[in-house]
Design a protein around this ligand. Structure first.
Ligand SMILES: Nc1ncnc2c1ncn2[C@@H]1O[C@H](COP(=O)(O)OP(=O)(O)OP(=O)(O)O)[C@@H](O)[C@H]1O
Length: 667
């Protein structure tokens, strides 16, 4: 006897502490080659008995042995192997998986056992051909008739060549003609030496079987042998290998097929959650672009061995009360006003002049080898330069300093005595080949216009930046002399501290600051800019973090919906031998794919936006402002995948724990 049922009872525990006894002391034994109809009224306990025999429900009293082994005491692993190898299920409502082709539905039992793809596809095709569906194999379940669906379900049950087939009202949803055809197939299965247990209401269906067991109110009331089946050899015998487990690749493929079925929903979720990833990657790339722009601009202006120093703005009457008085509200206001003044002054270049004692103090800073005086002024067009009747307004007047290197002089050379550098725009205004020519500069100083004829020594071009204001550079000594010739006095408003090792520069800068001086205009501006950028990045990163959280919740909700929608499918998979781990793996794979898609969309959109923004910024400022590093793109995709998989743990776990009996009972 392949199957023996000894003193089996089943009690359901219900809400409120009450119990219901659905099976009462059932005893029966069944052998191979039998087609047994289990007949009884609705609610008599037929399905309950089948669930126990099929190993879908292990909590019962008594003993059910399969080949002498008590299935009530099987471990999870033994139960999984029992489902994979020994039992096949056929359900009243077919329970095919809607998003899989007929071949994939039939092959599922072997997919779960990780049987080689060619082997399982070949076998699925053969079984579908046996039930007359050779022309429909790539169709989906909703493209075939009810009778055809039940044939697919029969083929699926036979996939692993099990010894026992449990068919719960296999013809309940079919018309009489189709019923006969399906019953013939089922009878043939029993004739091949398998035990078929078929639940039915109908005496007509029971007439096909070799034995009829009647159940009423949870007990067997009759057990009649009808006819001995004429057995023939099982031509279909399939010696499967030892079952392995669902491979990761198959889990991903199953997840992908399900996602394809719900394509628009999954695409929307992926797009939604890509927004967070896109903002993070875009923010990082923008930060990188702007910072590297600031750095390159700075380094093009700055000689690493040189520290440019300005005075802080001259204190006004309101704020000159001294810094040692205790801080009061008005003092705080004054300090604020002073800071604003300093910043304004730094931006326009109108900082105070250095007195001799400042020069001395700065010369004595440690590691400073020499000090160069300079003067710079924004003139906003009051200073001019003219040549043969042509006149150009100057925006800026400056003195030669060590930041101006050979690479900044595109024509000519550094100016000697009474020589100047002009920028390209100014030079072009005055005419071609201006280098070497004598021009007249007119400078307004202390409301007096000072004029001097000087030689254009070369053309100046700022490196790394296209911004070129109209400017003139001359030697500080020449400027000092010129002012003196006009009975005025000039003091340096900028000094350059030199050191012979650029490693000292940072220390010098810090010392200068602590002495109460400020750095270069560019430094000040880039500091302000970096501060602003930092605040902006913080705010946007917070927004991005929130949107990542939202996307995690969105994925959690969608997967939860997916679990609810697929409850029955999960029940079927379990009946076919899926482990909890396999179910979990399929759902996590789905989340992995959504995460991957949203990461790729997010990064893709970032590249497109970066391209657009850069096209705009290059056209306007000749600067690349967004730099998408490959590491940002990669991290973005990784974060997206991780968040999505993390969000899936809860729903995946929920799916894996679903009870197969309840899942299959679900309408
Ligand atoms: N989870 C459960 N909790 C409590 N009672 C249950 C549960 N499942 C089934 N029952 C009860 O056990 C009895 C037997 O149910 P079962 O589904 O086995 O009947 P059945 O003979 O298969 O009926 P049908 O032909 O309508 O499918 C019924 O009275 C049913 O209400």
């Amino acid at each position: 006897m392949i199957l023996e049922i000894k003193h089996v009872s089943k009690t359901y525990n219900m809400a409120g502490g009450t119990t219901f006894k659905a099976l009462k002391d059932i005893n029966a034994s069944f052998d191979k080659g039998e087609l047994v109809s289990i007949v009884g009224e609705s609610g008599s306990g037929k399905s309950t008995l089948m669930n126990l025999i099929g190993g879908l429900d292990s909590s019962f009293d008594g003993e059910i042995t399969y080949n002498g082994e008590n299935i009530g005491e099987f471990s999870e692993k033994e139960l999984v192997n029992f489902h994979k190898k020994s039992i096949g299920f056929i359900f009243q409502n077919f329970n095919l998986i809607p998003h899989l082709s007929l071949i994939d539905n039939v092959a599922m039992a072997m997919t779960l056992s990780n049987v080689d793809k060619t082997v399982r596809v070949e076998r699925a095709k053969k079984l579908l051909t046996d039930v007359g569906l050779q022309d429909h194999m790539t169709k989906k379940p909703d493209q075939i008739s009810g009778g055809q669906k039940q044939r697919v379900a029969i083929a699926r049950a036979l996939m692993n060549d099990p010894d026992v087939i449990i068919a719960d009202e296999p013809t309940g949803a079919l018309d009489s003609e189709t019923t006969d055809a399906v019953l013939e197939i089922i009878k043939d299965i029993a004739k091949r030496g398998k035990l078929v247990l078929m639940v039915t209401h109908s005496d007509r269906v029971a007439a096909y079987s070799s034995r009829v067991v009647r159940i009423d109110n949870g007990a067997i009331i009759s057990d009649d042998e009808q006819e001995q089946l004429e057995l023939h050899a099982n031509e279909d015998e399939f010696k499967g290998e030892k079952p392995k487990n669902l491979s990761l690749w198959s889990a991903i493929r199953l997840a992908a097929l399900n996602m394809k079925a719900k394509f628009s929903r999954n695409l929307l979720v992926a797009i939604g959650s890509s927004i967070g990833i896109m903002s993070v990657v875009l923010m990082l790339s923008l930060g990188k672009g702007v910072t590297s722009y600031i750095k390159s601009t700075m380094s093009s202006y700055v000689n690493p061995n040189v520290t440019e120093v300005h005075m802080k703005a001259k204190p006004t009457a309101a704020s000159s009360s001294g810094s040692n008085t205790p801080t009061t509200a008005s003092n705080a206001q004054a300090a604020q006003a002073k800071e604003q003044q300093t910043q304004m002054a730094a931006i326009t270049g109108q900082t105070g002049s250095f007195a001799e004692k400042d020069i001395k103090k700065l010369t004595n800073v440690k590691h400073v080898d020499s000090l160069q005086k300079g003067y710079t002024a924004i003139s906003l067009g009051t200073n001019t330069v003219s040549y043969k009747g042509k006149k150009a307004s100057l925006m800026q007047l400056g003195t030669m300093n060590s930041s101006i290197t050979k690479s900044n002089i595109t024509q000519g050379s550094k100016p000697g005595k009474d020589g100047v550098l002009l920028d390209k725009t100014t030079a072009d205004t005055l005419g071609k080949n201006i280098v070497g020519k004598k021009v007249e500069i007119a400078i307004v100083y202390n409301e007096k216009t000072i004029k001097k004829t000087v030689k254009v020594a070369g053309i100046y071009e700022a490196s790394g930046s296209s911004s070129s204001s109209s400017l003139v550079y001359l030697n500080y000594a020449d400027l000092q002399q010129l002012v003196k010739d006009n009975n005025e006095k000039i003091e340096p408003n900028v000094v350059y501290l030199h050191t012979n090792d650029k490693a000292n520069t940072a220390g010098i800068k810090a010392k200068v600051k602590s002495l109460g001086y400020t750095g270069s205009i560019q430094e000040k501006m880039s500091e302000m800019f970096t501060q602003m950028l930092d605040i902006l990045t913080d705010v946007l990163t917070a927004v991005a973090a929130i949107s990542l959280l939202v996307s995690a919740i969105m994925i959690l909700v969608v997967l939860n919906i997916s679990v609810v929608e697929r409850t029955k499918e999960i029940g079927v998979m379990k009946a076919l031998g899926a482990r909890r781990k396999d179910i979990r793996r399929i759902f996590v794979s789905e989340a992995f794919l959504i995460g991957l898609a949203s990461g790729l969309i997010g990064v893709g959109v970032t590249y497109v936006l970066a391209f657009g923004l850069n096209a705009f910024s290059i056209a306007t400022f000749d600067v690349t402002i967004v730099k998408v590093a490959a590491s940002y793109a990669f991290s973005g995709i990784l974060i997206s995948v991780l968040i999505s998989m993390f969000a899936s743990f809860l729903p995946a776990n929920r799916a894996s724990k679903l009870d197969p009996v309840e899942s299959l009972r679900k309408e």
